[in-house]
Design a protein around this ligand. Sequence first.
Ligand code: C2E
Ligand code: MG
Ligand code: MG
Ligand code: MG
Length: 286
Amino acid sequence: TLARKHGRRVGRYSSSFDMSARRSLVLLSDFERALREEELEVHFQPKVDLATREIMGVEALVRWRDIVSGNIPPSIFVPIVEKTTLIDQMTRYVAQTAIRQLAQWQRQGIELELALNLSPPLLGNPDFMNFLKALPQEYGIDPTRIEIEITENALMENADALLRVLHDLNGSGFRLAIDDFGTGYSSLLYLKNFPISTVKLDQSFVRDLPDNEASAAISAMTAAVCKRMKTRIVAEGIETPESEAFLLEQGFDVGQGFLYSEPLSAKDITDWITAYRANLPIQQPA
Ligand code: C2E
Ligand code: MG
Ligand code: MG
Ligand code: MG
């Protein structure tokens, strides 16, 4: 009976493994069709200068609304797509759509910075990197207004090749940000070794501010290190005015989160920014 029990357990394990592998395959084939039929969208979430309260930029975030399954969050599909070459096409689509939108805002007199998320495998793809580097010029955008967000895991190995890619991006004018800062294994080492201009502290340290002692200590320390290194420090996942006030006090430069707005379509964010800017108190000249 032990053997049977064991056998059944193995059987169950492998069948559930098959299920999830099959689910990934179905997701990938649906995703491939969505890409081909241009069903993906790009939404934008505002980033607020905490000191002046101005909208200084937006982060582009991919959206996939499937006819059958509804909204599929990127936290579900990006990690699966990332393991295939489809991530190349997806990111080209997102980057091109977002930069085209940035150019349109520029024509409308709406000055913004743009943050783009880059999957780690793309850093090792020269075709993709060349495509990305050509985009700003193609759309008449100053590349220094574009920030490339890379998660810590991407930086894990301090390979010479990776360092060259980052310096190359930097040399082309793009700024680099570490996304989800504090969730990797050697966050401070990345700060020391890579040409980083911005640190985005992970939401898990922001959400429970100011009451959580650990989050308060870690966010204060990160801000102090960044200030000293003249690195811009951004907090993501700000949901309450209390958390915002604490972050401002600690010297955070930029805030992002549902307190201001969730990610919105290009049209909706344009309306939102216009309304936000209209409501800003007029700054008195000094
Ligand atoms: P991320 O780059 O760290 O993006 C921030 C995520 O936090 C977004 O989720 C955003 O909607 C969410 N968020 C922002 N403010 C708040 C808040 O106040 N509260 C809460 N609970 N959440 C907030 P989203 O859009 O679902 O994206 C999840 C992740 O998927 C992103 O995390 C990023 O890692 C990845 N992703 C999204 N778009 C792309 C893309 O175009 N390319 C790549 N490679 N990854 C992407
Ligand atoms: Mg990001
Ligand atoms: Mg993040
Ligand atoms: Mg994240």
